[in-house]
Structures are given as C-alpha cells and as structure tokens.
Design a protein around this ligand. Structure first.
Ligand code: ADP
Ligand code: ASP
Ligand code: MG
Length: 405
C-alpha cells in the first residue's frame, strides 16, 4: 500500500477536540487504502512553557537535560492521538523518536538526523496500524535523547518520508499553505500553489517559519515533494517541488520573509587596518554567537565603522564583547539595537530581472523607511530596518511588486 506521511503542528492538536478532528482526517486517508505514518508536534505553546521552566532554573541549562525536558511535549500528543484513534476503532500505536528508530548526531538542542531504522514502523504498518511518531526528537547511538531545533517536527516528517519512500509528505498547519508573505502580517498575502525548493529554502531561512529550513533542505536533497496544507480547511495547499518543470509561473518575486529574532551591533571609529574585522568578530565567534549580516564603512579620517547582526538572544553577550573590544581598539563608540527586523524579498526571477534592488529601495524611501543594512544573494535581497516599520514595509513592497496578483 502507498505510504503517506502527515505532520500536524502545535495549533492543529492544541486541544482534545482538535486531536479528534485530526484523527478524523487521518482516518479518511486510511480508508482510501493508504498506510499512514503521522508525525506530531507538541500542543501549541507547550514547548515554550518547557523552555521557560528550564530557563527559570538556569539561563544556559545543560544541553542534555534541556532535550530530555523538551522532548516530553511531543510524548504527550503522540499518546493522546493514538488513544483517540484506538477509541474510534482503529489500530494505532505511538512511538517516541527513539522507539521509532530515528538516530541523530549528539549535538543537543540542534541535532541532525543521521539514519532512520524503519523496520519497526514497517512492521506495524504491515500489521494494519496507523503509526504515530513524535516529531522534533531523536536518539544518539548511545541512547541519549536529542531535539532538532525549534520547528523541527517538519524535518522529522520529511526524514521519515524519505526513510519510508512515501508518496508525499503532507505538512498540516494553521494556514492554507505557503503565502507570498506571513498572512498574519499582511491581509493582501496570497497563497502560492507551487514553489521551488530553492525559493522555499530561502524564504524559510529568512524567517518564514511555516517550514523549518532544514526540512526544505532535506526534501530537496532526497527529491521528496512536500505539500503544506490547512488542518481545518480543504484545498490543495502549496506544493514544494525540487525543480521548476516549466509549468510553474516564473514570478520575479515569490515572497517576502521577515526575521525579528536578530539584533544589530555597531562599533564606531576603529582604525582602518588589516585584521580589524577578525579582532572584532573573533571574540564573538568564541562566544559561539552566529553573525549574519556584516557592513563596514570607512570615513575620510581613516577610521571605520563596523556593524553586524546576531541572534537577539545573544544581544547582551555580544554587546559586552564589543565593549571589551572597543577598549582594546580605542574605538569611539559602541551602539546596540535589539529592535530591528530583517526583511527579505526572494525570487528566482531576480537572476534574469535586474532592478529589483533599486525598486525595493525606492519604494521604502518613498514611504520614509530608513534602511540600516543591506545584503544580497542571487535570489534574495535583505534589508534591516527599525522593527516599527515591519508592517508598512511588507505592505508597500507587497503592493509595489504586485504579489497579491
Ligand atoms: P505549526 O505549529 O503547524 O508547525 P508554525 O507556527 O510553525 O505552525 O508555522 C505556521 C505559521 O507560519 C503561520 O501561522 C504563519 O503565521 C507563519 N508564516 C510565516 N510566513 C509565512 C508564509 N510565507 N506563509 C504561510 N505562513 C507563514
Ligand atoms: N514543538 C517543537 C517546537 O515548538 C517542534 C515543532 O513544533 O516543530 O519548536
Ligand atoms: Mg512549525
């Protein structure tokens, strides 16, 4: 029988009533003659609660213990969903990541799936069971529980689809599919019917949390089709394909993503000499802080200003490190801003249509939106601006590039 993998996110299973609705959806697919493997997240808000509990004890808790804790959210929903299916008269069994044979490396909190031993999943499918698996978690060779980073159930679902050679990986969530921008920010956001995995990867990496970037990367690598669908509505959702087969409309811009999880650090008036960048960023790297965008500009006085962005959670540590570097380098000033947003326009059409960047900048200027940093890649232009500009910026760009059509 063909195997279908379905994943249900937190809001889709946020209550017993919703779990019952999800069970009906699963049963409908099962009745069509498919084998069903269902991956679930924790109930909405549950993982955040667990994170808060841990951080109330230690801001930087033991990675191992943190994962033991975070993995419990999904253990609740797998059992509740399996019980519901059984109560409705179906054979169902729940597995934690470890029970399902999902092996990861040993990087706690952001582990990568290495292999899946699918024999147990197969055995129960063959016996007629609906198999329910906890997303977001796995186990190391040594039996340690790991988690895959926030939003990681998407990646679990894709990896299980690969391991089971599934017909399709269906990601059910609280919106109708992937939109041209977050439908909660812009009323004009339009659902996209099909998108290439290259563009989806860029949108996810730039902050569209509808899919975890690693899930998209995994699906692209193993050529698995992902379909993003609404749990509570009908409709064909959004299909994410490896390549454009020529039937997809070639939009110049496919979507706009934003990321509010970054902060900006600036050091002013450092000597413009070789090695300065590494003197500033070396101590940041030693603190394990990831740097995203970097801009350096040199004034006529031979002094340079150096600005970069870091995850917002690392803002205070980054600022402290920069203040220390500032003393050593006799810099003029250190400035931190943790109320910024990065807005990114993504589209493969940029490769063949010049002028997207200049249009983006002029639209923002016309609306009095100041840009503090810019970075580009082949299919993406990102700008950093004050967080208060987020909605206006998204809406004016969405209009100017006619994404609602
Ligand atoms: P789940 O709990 O199902 O994994 P998430 O909250 O992780 O759901 O992801 C779904 C959310 O992603 C939506 O509610 C929406 O606000 C947000 N989102 C951000 N960008 C987009 C986009 N371009 N298209 C659709 N949803 C988006
Ligand atoms: N429950 C986890 C989280 O909130 C995993 C997921 O939802 O995909 O990040
Ligand atoms: Mg998610």
């Amino acid at each position: 029988m063909p195997v279908i993998v379905q994943k249900y996110g937190g809001t889709s299973i946020g209550s017993i009533e919703k779990i019952s609705q999800v069970a009906e959806k699963i049963i409908t697919e099962k009745e069509k003659g498919n084998d069903l493997v269902v991956v679930v997240s924790a109930m909405s808000g549950e993982t955040n609660k667990l994170v808060e509990l841990a951080k109330s004890i230690d801001k930087d808790p033991s990675g191992r213990e943190f994962d033991v804790l975070l993995s419990t959210g999904e253990q609740i929903t797998i059992s509740l969903l399996a019980m519901t299916l059984i109560k409705k008269g179906y054979k169902a069994i729940s597995f934690t990541g470890s029970q399902a044979g999902i092996f990861t490396n040993s990087v706690f909190n952001k582990a990568r799936i290495e292999t899946i031993n699918n024999s147990k999943i197969k055995k129960y499918l063959d016996l007629g069971y609906i198999v329910v698996i906890a997303g977001f978690q796995g186990v190391t060779e040594n039996g340690e529980v790991t988690t895959l980073g926030r939003g990681g159930s998407d990646t679990s679902a894709v990896a299980i689809s690969v391991a089971m050679d599934a017909k399709e990986c269906q990601i059910f969530t609280d919106v109708d599919g992937v939109f041209t921008t977050d439908p909660r920010i812009s009323a004009g956001a339009k659902k996209i019917d099909q998108i290439t995995s290259e563009e989806m990867l860029e949108l996810s990496s730039q902050g569209s949390k509808v899919l975890q970037p690693r899930a998209v990367e995994f699906a692209g690598k193993y050529d698995i089709g992902i379909r993003v669908l609404s749990t509570f509505g009908d409709g064909s959702g959004t299909f994410i394909k490896k390549e454009n087969d020529g039937r997809m409309e070639k939009a110049i811009i496919s979507g706009i993503a934003f990321n509010k999880d970054e902060a900006q650090l600036t050091i002013r008036g450092v000597p413009d000499q070789p090695g300065i960048a590494s003197l500033i960023l070396g101590p940041i790297a030693e603190l394990n802080i990831d740097v995203d965008m970097i801009v350096q500009n040199v004034g006529e006085d031979g002094l340079a200003n150096f600005t970069f962005t870091v995850p917002r959670s690392d803002f205070n540590n980054g600022l402290k490190s920069l203040e220390e570097s500032s003393k050593k380098l006799k810099a003029k000033k250190v400035i931190g801003n943790n109320k910024i947003v990065k807005i990114s326009m993504v589209g493969v059409g940029m490769r063949t249509h010049p002028g997207v960047a200049s249009k983006m900048f002029s639209v923002l200027a016309d609306n009095n939106i100041n840009i503090s940093m810019i970075s580009t890649s082949e299919i993406k232009i990102s700008i950093v601006t004050d967080e208060k500009n987020l909605e206006t910026a998204i809406n004016v760009l969405h209009d100017a590039f006619k994404l609602e059509r």
